[in-house]
Design a protein around this ligand. Structure first.
Ligand code: ATP
Ligand code: MG
Length: 1008
């Protein structure tokens, strides 16, 4: 191993968290503050009026603005409204009254009910009648209500129609009331045009606007039930059964969905043990937001692999197709900033933490943050984890601060300091101990198994002696009795062994197979052979010798040393039961959903660090598969010397979540301060102080050292940014006027738009500037150097012979690149021959160029296997480097887009980003855009004649299964539905572009 990578635990994040990049356009500049004020006020009154009228009027107004609401109700109303608008344009007040009446007369009863509900809500009732009814349902037969629909499936709809038809008075009252609203809002709009006329008028308006605002908020906090399943159509229930095999909701899931706080759209944190079924609750709330409230939703998940699983394996795309919303993936190289503004459908953005942040930035910048009705954060405890935690905190704080109407929901199995998190998120809290499959925790010391028992004095009690007969040879090879432990469950059930390091995973897998009986080989032989064949084709003929040896036994390892393709194949084989034992590293626990009957922890360590309680809980939480296993168990293997530490571990509470804004200075605090000013969220010291009080750091201020207050820290941070040339302005001394406005410099803007770590932004600028003087474009080597991620250089120590060999293979022009960036040939030669070097050469640059050579070879050969052999690196590391470089290249691209002097880089970096993102032959790119299709699968599909997205979207899954080797029916269906989704997304985007192009501008000179 010549490249020392970061420790196992860190690197094992599969390197698949993103650097983020913001592809957003420049914000609309407002010339004159006064003018803006006036506009804002006008807009407020107008918008408030719209909503008071229950979107009905908004349709009328928005015809002019061309941004009509797209709720189901609105679609029905649209044609009438358009006609009506044209007819009554000159006489807004009266004619609109008449219009409203006539419209209402023609409305179907369901929509009358809708307006009636809006009306009721605007009168201050915070709970919708439907939710009242629902609550009644629960109290009447709460035991039976696993699924609401099982109790009052159609009853609710019946109730509804009775409500409307039997109470004609109610309908009348509603019409009256709507008329009133229409009138008052129209008056408001009319008045808004003369804002500056008189103070008294202004005051009146302010009162009116305030009232309308309250009404609007009330209305916005409600949802419109469109069916009997928690307000959703019963089709959702059918889809849950069809796609997930979920028949009924757990009782807690029902209770949680019925929470008063949720009905009122308050923010919520909920916490249940692993496998408790938290996701389903979030998904139902998401669907309510998308379908009933017609707002976009952002779901933030910790890793790229999980985002892809959500979109692809767990089939949210299929829900989208069936229910008419879009699912947009924001992970890896995917995602558009700002997102395309959809007119007809709502979007569910499924994003990694980093992409979620970039998305939120772009929405704030384009003043669209209010479009986001709901943000769901899974694994909320990630707030406490390093730079990702800091980014998550920043994202949530920005949403909470800038959009009062966006609901935030967070969930986790491992939270401790909930009070602080509640304060941060201004959230209610729900918790329950439910776990569908009981999890029994054990600890093994020597040959004794102890049950973990919090009530016992030492934390565990004797359970049994391990029953095994080991020869002395076996005892030597397997002193921790892993084989005895695994053979108690495999091959009948599945088992995971968490190991401290990657190497250890491979060793354990090999060792176990060495001693397993040959009968293991006879099981599912054909499928195992297929898996090996598949891995071979992924590896262009090579397959890892360890996997080749272990797979016939149904055993494999799983860690970041695998390529994405390999990892996916192994996960699929394990899910299908072809593999029954995986030796894996800690990140599988936080990664994809691969549960087991038994989970073994090889040692209480992750790399060299003793286990944290949260890690322990997440790992053992994989045990017990809902609906499949009747029990789950975990066994932690402990050496005598660690016994006390383990006693503490099992007895201690979970770790607290602490803010990482200060620990991760450049990716945390500084980056936050920069973007606050850049996005104009807070532009004075005072405003920044205010904002910071609403962060988790603000909530945890008491933990700061006594010498420096948060305000001092902010002051230092801002001054530092000014010093770095990223901000302009002055930070006032204490007690001085703190209203001095800060502005962002072009370099500052480029930095936050490109999501460049502040530690490197000045260096990047200098290097790009130097590139302008003489970029060598004979090949992409020089550009690749500029796009090689800085943060990977410290973990790299080059093999000098390989360095020299690679250097010698370059053309003369390419060799010049090394010299230009600061690595003289003589340095490489001397290093390779072991000579002493007097010259001072920057090792960061030397390492970076070495990584550039790896990327250069990769783009040439498009084969991770051969490149990893050439450079003597693990293929997982090479894969990780490639992913990071793709992300960083696009970050640099966005950085350059903001700086005029770097215009020339734009075209070059756009192309390079694409090359790095796919690193395959061009013809495979369209197929690889489909979620879940990686290179190997793309090749198979291409060779079978599926060459375009349209081929896949229109493919018959049955035929696909027949034509493509190792493709299950489930996978085939997923490919087809993903392709369909992508195709319709692209088509819609084009249609919207067409509409945009043909739209008549409202400000054509000379026409009013
Ligand atoms: N009502 C239900 N009936 C049957 N199965 C369910 C139900 N709800 C959830 N499940 C299944 O239980 C499994 C675990 O659910 P989920 O992944 O939501 O757990 P979780 O609480 O998020 O756990 P973790 O903290 O480990 O992420 C999933 O396979 C899910 O499909
Ligand atoms: Mg979960």
């Amino acid at each position: 191993m010549f490249l020392q990578c970061g420790n196992d635990s860190e690197e094992d994040m599969f390197g698949d968290y993103d650097s983020f990049f913001g592809n957003y356009s420049l914000p609309a500049q407002v010339d004159d503050m006064e003018h803006k004020c006036l506009q804002d006020k006008n807009r407020d009154v107008e918008a408030a009026g719209d909503t008071t009228l229950g979107n009905l009027q908004s349709g009328i107004h928005h015809k002019k603005q061309d941004s009509f609401s797209t709720s189901e109700n609105m679609v029905v109303l649209k044609t009438d409204e358009e006609d009506a608008f044209q007819m009554n344009e000159n006489d807004p007040v009266d004619s609109n009254q008449a219009l409203t009446e006539s419209l209402l007369d023609d409305l179907p009863s369901s929509q009358l009910l809708y307006f009636q509900k809006m009306d009721e809500l605007s009168r201050g009732s915070r709970i919708s009648p439907a939710s009242e009814r629902r609550n009644k349902c629960v109290s009447s037969s709460s035991d039976e209500i696993r699924s609401l629909s099982s109790v009052c499936p159609d009853g609710e709809q019946n109730n509804r129609s009775t409500d409307v038809s039997s109470d004609s008075k109610c309908g009348l009252f509603k019409t009256e009331s709507l008329k009133d609203h229409l009138k008052s809002a129209m008056t408001g709009n009319a008045k808004a045009q003369f804002l500056q006329v008189s103070k008294a008028k202004q005051l009146k308006e302010a009162v009116l606007s305030e009232e309308i605002c309250v009404a609007r908020k009330t209305i916005e906090s409600s949802s419109v039930d469109i069916g009997p399943f928690y307000g959703l159509p019963s089709k959702v229930k059918d889809l849950l059964r069809q796609f997930r095999g979920i028949e009924t909701l757990y009782e807690w899931q029902h209770d949680c969905l019925m929470l008063e706080s949720l009905q009122q759209r308050k923010n919520l944190i909920y916490s249940l043990p692993t496998s408790g079924g938290k996701t389903l609750v979030a998904e139902i709330i998401i669907l309510q937001e998308l379908l009933c409230r017609q707002r976009d939703v952002l779901m933030i998940l910790p890793y790229v692999a999980i985002v892809q699983e959500k979109v692809w394996i767990q089939g949210l795309s299929s829900f989208g197709i069936e229910l008419g919303f879009l699912v947009e993936e924001y992970a890896g190289s995917k995602g558009r900033f700002p997102p395309i503004k959809r007119r007809l459908k709502k979007s569910l953005y499924i994003a990694t933490i980093e992409k979620g942040h970039a998305l939120v930035n772009s929405l704030i910048e384009t003043e669209r943050i209010d479009d986001l009705g709901l943000v769901v954060v899974d694994e909320l405890h990630m707030l406490g984890e390093g730079s990702r935690g800091a980014t998550l905190e920043i994202t949530l704080a920005k949403i909470l601060y800038t959009s009062k109407n966006t609901q935030v929901i967070g969930m986790s199995a491992t939270l401790n300091n909930v009070g602080e998190l509640q304060k941060f998120l201004q959230a209610e809290y729900y918790t329950n101990n439910f776990r569908p499959v009981e999890l029994k925790e054990y600890v093994k010391i020597r040959d004794t198994i102890y049950a973990v028992d919090n009530k016992a004095e030492k934390g565990f009690t004797f359970s049994r002696l391990l029953n095994f007969k080991y020869s002395s040879n076996l005892e030597k090879a397997d002193p921790d009795h892993i084989i005895a432990l695994v053979t108690e469950v495999i091959p009948k059930y599945s088992c995971l062994i968490f190991c401290p390091t990657k190497k250890n995973c491979e060793n354990v897998a090999s060792m176990v197979c060495k001693y397993l009986k040959t009968e293991f080989k006879a099981l599912r032989q054909k499928e195992k052979q297929d898996l090996i064949k598949n891995l071979k084709s992924i590896g262009n003929g090579s397959v890892c010798p360890v996997l080749k040896q272990t797979i016939p036994f149904g055993v494999a390892y799983h860690h970041s040393g695998l390529t994405n393709d390999e990892r996916k194949s192994i996960e699929e084989a394990y899910s299908a039961g072809v593999l029954c034992l995986l030796a894996c590293t800690a990140t599988l626990a936080a990664g994809v959903n691969l549960p087991a009957r038994r989970v073994i922890l090889r040692a209480p360590y992750v790399a060299n660090d003793f286990l944290k309680k949260t890690q322990y809980k997440q790992m053992i939480g994989r045990a017990g598969r809902a609906g499949i296993d009747s029990a789950g168990e975990s066994i932690l293997i402990v050496q005598e010397k660690d016994k006390h530490l383990v006693q503490d571990l099992v007895n201690s509470p979970l770790e607290n979540c602490y803010s990482n804004l200060l620990l991760e200075l450049t990716k945390g605090m500084q980056s936050l301060l920069l973007s606050l000013v850049g996005l104009k969220i807070a532009v004075t010291h005072e405003e920044v102080n205010n904002f910071m009080c609403s962060t988790l750091l603000g909530v945890q201020q008491q933990l700061l050292s006594k010498e420096k207050s948060l305000s001092d820290i902010i002051k230092d941070g801002l001054e530092n940014l000014i010093e770095k040339g990223l901000l302009k302005g002055r930070v006032p001394e204490k007690d001085h006027n703190s209203k001095c406005t800060l502005t962002i410099t072009p370099l500052g803007k480029a930095t936050y738009k490109g999501s460049i770590d502040l530690a490197y932004c000045n260096l990047l600028y200098r290097e790009l500037k130097k590139g302008l003087e003489g970029l060598i474009l004979e090949s992409n080597l020089h550009l690749l150097y500029l796009a090689t991620p800085y943060d990977m250089t410290s973990s790299c120590s080059p093999d000098w012979m390989i360095y020299l060999r690679q250097f010698n293979q370059l053309s003369a022009a390419e060799q010049k690149v090394a010299d230009i960036v600061g690595v003289p040939e003589s340095f490489i030669t001397k290093k390779a021959s072991g000579q002493a070097i007097r010259k001072n050469v920057d090792s960061a640059v030397v390492n970076r160029l070495y990584l550039t050579f790896v990327l250069y070879t990769l783009l040439k050969e498009t084969n991770i296997w051969s490149v990893s052999e050439k450079f003597n690196l693990s293929r997982g590391y090479v894969q990780n480097l490639l992913n990071s470089a793709a992300s960083f290249a696009s970050c640099v691209l966005h950085f350059c887009e903001e700086l005029e002097e770097f215009w020339v880089y734009k075209a070059l970096l756009t192309e390079l980003t694409k090359q790095l993102t796919y690193c395959v032959k061009t013809e495979l790119i369209p197929l690889m855009e489909v979620a879940g299709v990686l290179e190997a699968r793309a090749k198979q599909l291409y060779n079978a004649g599926y060459k375009t997205l349209a081929h896949l979207a229109n493919a018959d899954p049955e035929t696909l299964v027949k034509m493509i080797e190792h493709l299950s029916k489930r996978q085939a269906k997923q490919i087809v539905s993903s392709a369909k989704m992508l195709l319709s997304e692209k088509a819609e985007a084009l249609q919207e572009e067409v509409e945009e192009l043909l739209r008549v501008p409202i400000d054509i000179p000379g026409t009013y």
